[in-house]
Design a protein. Sequence first.
Length: 383
Amino acid sequence: MNGFPRGRTAIVGSATYGIGKAPGLSSMDIAVNASVSALRDANLTPDDVDALYICLPDNFLSGLTFAEYLGIQPKITENNRTGGSAFLTHLASACLALDAGLCDTALIAYGSNQLSGVGKLVTPAGADPYEGPYRPRLPVSAYALAAARHMHDYGTTPEQLAEVAVSARQWANLNPEAYMQGYLSIDDVLQARRVSSPLGVRDCCLVTDGGAAIVVTRADRAKDHASTPVHVLGAAAATFHYNISQMPDLTVTAASESGARAFAQAGYGPEDIDVVELYDAFTINPILFMEDLGFCPKGEGGRYFEGGRTAPGGEMPVNTNGGGLSCVHPGMYGLFTIVEAVRQLAGQADGRQVAGARLALSHGSGGFLSSQVTAILGTEETL
């Protein structure tokens, strides 16, 4: 007995809003617009919602603000912050609350006006007394350390990192919503301005506005709200550290634990997954995560991305919306991995649809490779 209510909850609505630039709107405005669209997708209204989960970059009491903005009085208001992984943490919590009968309809939302409001990548870190004196360019320098160590230990090359960015761009070119489109080559990535060695600007996520939302309910109600409910088969979290200087091994993330537990809950393994949606804040991330989640041995992640394996037409589709590298990255990307997984499993991904997708993995990362959360989602036939 693993304690997780396998398949007993399902995602019945999802939406994005304001991807790219949404001038004149606050982060909450963007989150609420995405929420209303997700509820409409599920044939629901705000009045039907009795559990709210939200985490905004510029509002530390956003759970309360969210309830007030929607004009509702929810039974549960959750504002847990673990960085970009928060929304997968919210999903796990919502599934437990729904299964326990504490609520009937959970809304999970995010919004950010980072591009139009601030215009640059922002991190609340930097004041750490041990790292601060070295003036790291956070968050990128933290990930550059991990990339450099992986290169040292396993021979990973800049070209292999570039393959991650090129694969993401090829998917983005199939997605009308993606903010960054156009041809991108390995040489383009390698020749781009360096930001924190060995990472260049094309190894780094976008800075955009954007919001996303999903609606979750119990499986026995799901068919009333979605023609193709997406069931939550497993969801698990793990944390090894916060500051990058305290990471036990720069090449091993807590995804090695969260993934194993999520797969055990779901009753499936990496070999069963049809589509993978990863938090790709930097090109080293998918390399580390594919290793730690069991899709390839440790040290083989760079080679795994060679030859278009994860690009359109490849054997393992990864980040089919274009990811944080080419689709959208409004400060925190985690909820977008769930939305894209839902679209793929519901057959709603249009020109980038992965044929026959039944099982999807969604993975969020928070902090500096710190908080890792993995969810396994499936269609009804996977129950």
